[in-house]
Design a binder for this molecule. Structure first.
Ligand SMILES: *[C@@H]1O[C@H](CO)[C@@H](O)[C@H](O)[C@H]1NC(C)=O
Ligand SMILES: *[C@@H]1O[C@H](CO)[C@@H](O)[C@H](O)[C@H]1NC(C)=O
Ligand SMILES: *[C@@H]1O[C@H](CO)[C@@H](O)[C@H](O)[C@H]1NC(C)=O
Ligand SMILES: *[C@@H]1O[C@H](CO)[C@@H](O)[C@H](O)[C@H]1NC(C)=O
Ligand SMILES: *[C@@H]1O[C@H](CO)[C@@H](O)[C@H](O)[C@H]1NC(C)=O
Ligand SMILES: *[C@@H]1O[C@H](CO)[C@@H](O)[C@H](O)[C@H]1NC(C)=O
Ligand SMILES: *[C@@H]1O[C@H](CO)[C@@H](O)[C@H](O)[C@H]1NC(C)=O
Ligand SMILES: *[C@@H]1O[C@H](CO)[C@@H](O)[C@H](O)[C@H]1NC(C)=O
Ligand SMILES: *[C@@H]1O[C@H](CO)[C@@H](O)[C@H](O)[C@H]1NC(C)=O
Length: 670
């Protein structure tokens, strides 16, 4: 029996009327140096804290690649895009998508580093980053799992009040590798998730271990159902089972039928476990490509287990860098990042990535199941230094996300490994750097904001790949229809400027496509740009002129003045001229409504230090809007940390009741 269950039920039910008081510290609880102001804006340049040891970790590598030359032949750099204003006139639209399409997959073994030490010690930058997505998307989805979920075991307690303990340090995304640390964790891990969900609209995916189906360990689902309730979205059963044999976790003969049978064992056990309340939240088969989805479907998997499944999941990385991580692992020669870089700077990448899944996205739709890319990123085995942490990867992730949405995936999760991978959307500082404002935000994190704003919060956005510019691979474009009407256009420019060449200008025309359809180009459009000086840039990345800062400079809040460009259209000619810099991506808002629905300007999170070791935190007004029934225009400051936000600025007292949460800010004190 689990002593904690009774306690948890109490805390979950108490949530409905009051938020318990908790303390939120920086990563080590360290006090900020006196005089340091949270209002100081990071300059958008890298700042190495001065030690070369730090570059030994891939998360902070110094590799800067050469941008590829301009394509030859060059694509047209002025071209028209003509789209109907009404969805009914646009063929090929996806199913309706959610703004939280891009979420995160956090390797279970790095939870303490990334999320917090326990339920009352949460990483503020992590909260801020989740809030940045949730305030744009309405919510954020996070999976805690990976290879390490397979051997994870719930125990009552661990030495030194740790919530996780592993017997072997494998600080990487261990995809494609045989090494898997055995992991012990305590219920406190789930309280940590629960407490995060109380502050940000974050929902969780967890994994039921599958290393040993003769001795199942279902405790994670039993405990999470009790502790997390509706905040847990589902339980993955099997992480890349098609690699079990390669990794030596199953006999070499292990095949799809063996997985089918083992999965059945878990399904039956879940059915019979009275402590698991939600029996139909399973996620499978999470194959990575060794087996095709069809190989699994042909076992009768969906017919047999469809009713237990909530999400049909796949896991896939376009590339692997395993030879770098395991030089003697039989992976062949180490690949040169410079050589692979151009593969990411083309629309062909995203099109190729979704192709093997189109049949299954159709099947999932027919079955009414979600279809998710459950773990992905630029390259497994840690990514490619210089590629995975470059602006090029941000453009790639915008294109890949929109391409998956167009292809009727219903979500995708970017993997977060440890300190020694280069693809992380966010990385906490190494443990002996303790300040909470020394996080590193990776380029792909910006892509999740772009995607969230492109899709918005209404759950009605439908996406179509426009195959713009005669389908040129360097200039992809998508249209997003929301509530039946054209709302936004996403334009990507993979080219890197050279001798003043490379940027392009779209002549956008709305309406006038079908005979009898009126011209419908608005008087003006709003545009937000995702920009950096080059595709190989690692630090100076901006979204609408705001940045999280370079390496070791982030506290999870955007800084700088948000810049939304207004472009005046020529309604007589039915055209708007939209420039797209090389490199860059533009999100064009066709109406004020199209932008208002994703405008995060009413929201702020602050980590202003008010007393020793205590940070303050403002609650997103979007969450407040739901709780107090008002419009969400809470009188907090703007989005940037340089502005006058923060609980102290509002004069919120040090101890708070739920009522003051409704006022718009919460200071977390015990
Ligand atoms: C939570 O973690 C912090 C930092 O390690 C520690 O000081 C505190 O005692 C922990 N709280 C509990 C309840 O274990
Ligand atoms: C936060 O975590 C602590 C355990 O450390 C727990 O006592 C408390 O109830 C949690 N709060 C919520 C809202 O779950
Ligand atoms: C599965 O993992 C558990 C926990 O780490 C371990 O005790 C057990 O021996 C493993 N079983 C197999 C068959 O590897
Ligand atoms: C789609 O998958 C189903 C189930 O495996 C299979 O029968 C069918 O042939 C596949 N269709 C295509 C076009 O691959
Ligand atoms: C990080 O990974 C690289 C391979 O990419 C490896 O050579 C190096 O030893 C690892 N560093 C640490 C600190 O684990
Ligand atoms: C996505 O689903 C819609 C609705 O069923 C369908 O019309 C469209 O062809 C699908 N898109 C792709 C790329 O399969
Ligand atoms: C952090 O740890 C590394 C490796 O153990 C060491 O070389 C470095 O000096 C430490 N840095 C600080 C600021 O303590
Ligand atoms: C969008 O869908 C999510 C998940 O089903 C739901 O929680 C949310 O309330 C929906 N939002 C709207 C505006 O309907
Ligand atoms: C962009 O942000 C910078 C840095 O915060 C600021 O100085 C500049 O004024 C902003 N640009 C515009 C046009 O708002």
């Amino acid at each position: 029996m689990f002593r904690f269950l009774a306690v948890c039920l109490l805390s979950v039910s108490s949530l409905s009327y009051a938020l318990p008081s908790i303390t939120v510290y920086g990563p080590t609880g360290a006090e900020r140096p006196s005089g340091a102001s949270s209002g100081a804006e990071p300059s958008a340049t890298g700042s190495d804290p001065g030690s070369s040891w730090i570059n030994a970790y891939n998360a902070y590598n110094d590799v800067q690649l050469q941008p590829p030359p301009l394509p030859s032949p060059m694509p047209a750099t002025t071209f028209p895009i003509t789209v109907p204003s009404q969805a009914q006139n646009m063929p090929g639209l996806s199913i309706a998508q959610r703004g939280d399409f891009w979420g995160f997959s956090i390797e279970m073994s790095v939870v303490e580093q990334v999320m917090g030490k326990n339920g009352s010690f949460i990483q503020v930058p992590f909260l801020n980053l989740l809030a940045a997505v949730a305030e744009r998307a309405g919510s954020v989805r996070i999976r805690v799992g990976g290879n390490t979920q397979e051997t994870a075991t719930l125990v009552d307690s661990l030495p030194d009040n740790a919530i996780i303990e592993k017997d072997k340090t494998v600080d990487t995304a261990v995809t494609n590798t045989a090494q898997t640390p055995t992991l012990l964790y305590t219920p406190e891990l789930l309280y940590l998730l629960s407490n995060v969900s109380a502050l940000v609209n974050a929902k969780w995916y967890l994994g039921i271990p599958m290393n040993d189906t003769s001795h199942l360990r279902l405790q994670i689902a039993e405990a999470a159902d009790a502790i997390l309730g509706d905040s847990v979205l589902g339980y993955q059963v099997g992480n890349e089972p098609d690699l079990y044999a390669n990794h030596g976790h199953r006999p070499p003969t292990y095949d799809e039928t063996d997985y089918f049978n083992e999965f059945g064992v878990v399904v039956n056990a879940v059915q019979q476990d009275a402590k698991i309340k939600s029996k139909n939240k399973l996620i499978a088969p999470s194959v990575q490509g060794q087996w095709t989805p069809e190989d699994v479907w042909n076992t009768g998997f969906l017919d047999s287990y469809g009713s237990s499944l909530d999400v049909i999941a796949m896991e896939h990385y376009p590339e692997q860098n395993c030879a770098a991580e395991f030089p003697n692992g039989g992976f062949g020669p180490i690949q040169d990042p410079q050589t692979v870089f151009p593969q990411y700077l083309t629309h062909t990448s995203s099109q190729t990535l979704v192709q093997p899944y189109l049949n299954t996205s159709f099947i999932a739709q027919q079955l009414g199941k979600e279809f998710m890319m459950f773990e992905t990123n630029t390259a497994s085995c840690g990514g490619f230094p210089g590629v995975s942490d470059s602006f090029g990867s941000a453009l790639w992730a915008v294109d890949y996300g929109l391409q998956m949405a167009y292809s009727n995936f219903t979500g995708a999760l970017l993997h977060v490994g440890g300190q020694n991978v280069s693809y992380n959307p966010f990385t906490p500082p190494p443990t002996n750097l303790s300040l909470f404002d020394q996080w590193t935000v990776g380029p792909v994190f910006y892509s999740t904001l772009f995607m969230a704003e492109a899709l918005g919060t209404t759950n009605t956005s439908r996406v179509v790949d426009l195959l713009a510019n005669d389908g040129n691979e360097f200039t992809p474009a998508y249209a997003i229809y929301e509530e039946h009407a054209l709302a936004r256009i996403a334009l990507i420019n993979y080219m890197n400027a050279q001798d003043g060449l490379g940027s392009y200008t779209v002549s956008l025309s709305v309406g006038g496509v079908q005979i009898g359809e009126p011209n419908d180009t608005p008087a003006q459009v709003k545009v937000k740009y995702l920009l950096a000086p080059s595709v190989s840039e690692k630090d100076q990345i901006t979204w609408a002129n705001q940045t999280f800062g370079g390496r070791f400079q982030a506290d999870g809040r955007l800084s700088g003045t948000e810049l939304v460009q207004t472009i005046t259209c020529n309604q007589g000619a039915n055209t708007c001229q939209i420039p797209v810099p090389a490199p860059g991506a533009a999100l064009v808002f066709l109406s004020n409504d199209a932008q208002a629905s994703t405008d995060p300007a009413t929201v702020t999170f602050s980590t202003t230090a008010v007393t020793k070791a205590i940070e303050t935190l403002a609650i997103p007004s979007s969450a407040l809007a739901k709780s107090n029934g008002h419009s969400g225009k809470v009188p907090l400051s703007g989005t940037s940390k340089g502005s006058s936000g923060g609980a102290t600025a509002l004069g919120v007292p040090l101890s708070l009741t739920f009522a003051s949460v409704l006022m718009g800010a919460l200071l977390l004190v015990r």
